[in-house]
Ligand binder design. Structure first.
Ligand code: PEP
Ligand code: MN
Length: 339
């Protein structure tokens, strides 16, 4: 439920509304906005009788929100959320495009340092690398796990890059949080509600990938679990969905970028590597996502993709990534000036 106050409602009127909401066993949420004062209501699991609120002094309108998400919606937060990753790097709103790059999995000290230094020299700010890998087959490489985390912290120390890695289970959350700046919730865990609640209790930025066959509403409702626990720093990541098509690994759903940005204030980034599964499609789709309005991209890069222990066929080599990175930056400038 959303309560819209009269323009000339007094502070006392607003406080009275909030107190009434609390007395109904619900939680008031201040909604920012220069034009109007509005108060969101969360904590109800069904229809709320708005009688006690509608007639209070200063109340202009009461709007019932029937969506399965509230805090992530534009109704509750009309302006774009801007998430600060550090003093210089932020994501969302009019922030510069954030480019996140690195190997699917951390495989060795030599590999991570080589890729990390290369990316740092190019001007990339955020490094990705999997330590715990959610593989379809238990016989596939599962990631270096604790050793991978140790290598990620060494990379961070040596290069100053911001880092992101996937957290697959609440059991690893504390340790992963000690090491990285950003937690990734993978597609397979998008509806692992206990994990979502746990990351919601941290102060870490979370990249929430869209589930393999998740609708937009399910994806936004998953993000709502994180915000409800108090962590509002969530970046949504489109990574393709499962369809009948077999020539691509997933079907790349670029329309969700403008769609989700109209429904939610959260930043949206795009992962063309998993969305296509094919190296040749990564660059064109990454570029297309910028025109579609993505706030950033996440791209898999490997020094020798043909030898990669996971996701080699969709990984760019260093030279290919360098070419794409330069084109992304010039396209970003073009889009800013012309679109
Ligand atoms: C990944 O980023 O390497 C990954 C496993 O992604 P997703 O969860 O989108 O499959
Ligand atoms: Mn991968």
């Amino acid at each position: 439920m959303l309560i819209v106050m009269h323009k000339n409602a007094s502070l006392k009127d607003i406080e009275r509304v909030k107190a009434t909401i609390v007395s109904m066993g619900l939680r008031p949420v201040a909604i920012p906005g220069s034009e109007r004062t509005a108060i969101g209501v969360i904590g109800n699991q069904g229809w709320i009788d708005d009688g006690p609120i509608r007639n209070l002094k200063g109340v202009l309108d009461v709007i019932h929100v029937t969506k399965p998400y509230k805090l992530v919606s534009r109704d509750f937060h009309p302006t774009d959320s801007i998430i600060k990753l550090d003093k210089k790097v932020s994501v969302g709103g009019k922030s510069p495009l954030v480019v996140i790059a690195g190997p699917c999995a951390i495989e060795s000290r030599e590999q991570i340092l080589r890729v990390g230094r290369f990316l740092k020299d190019l001007g990339v700010k955020v490094f990705r690398g999997g330590a715990y890998k959610p593989r379809t087959s238990p016989h596939s490489f599962q990631g270096l796990q604790e050793e991978g985390l140790r290598l990620l912290s060494e990379l961070k120390e040596k290069t100053g890059l911001l880092t992101v890695t996937e957290v697959m289970s609440p059991e690893h959350l504390n340790r992963v949080s000690e090491v990285v700046d950003i937690l990734q919730i993978g597609a397979r865990n998008m509806q692992n509600f206990d994990l979502l609640k746990e990351v919601g209790r941290t102060k870490k930025t979370v990249i929430l990938k869209r589930g393999l066959s998740a609708t937009v509403e399910e994806w936004l409702a998953a993000a709502e679990y994180i915000l409800l626990e108090g962590n509002h720093d969530v970046i949504l990541c489109e990574r393709g969905i499962r369809t009948f098509e077999t020539l691509t690994r997933n079907t790349s759903d670029l329309a969700v970028i403008p769609l989700v940005k109209s429904l939610s204030h959260l930043p949206v980034i795009y992962d063309p590597s998993h969305a296509t599964g094919k190296r040749s499609l990564v660059s064109p789709m990454a570029l297309a996502s910028i025109v579609a309005g993505a706030d950033g991209v996440m791209i898999e890069v490997h020094p020798e993709p043909e030898r990669a222990l996971s996701d080699g066929p969709q990984s760019l080599n260093l030279k290919e990534f360098e070419g794409l990175f330069k084109r992304l930056i010039s396209l970003e400038n073009f889009v800013k000036e012309n679109l």
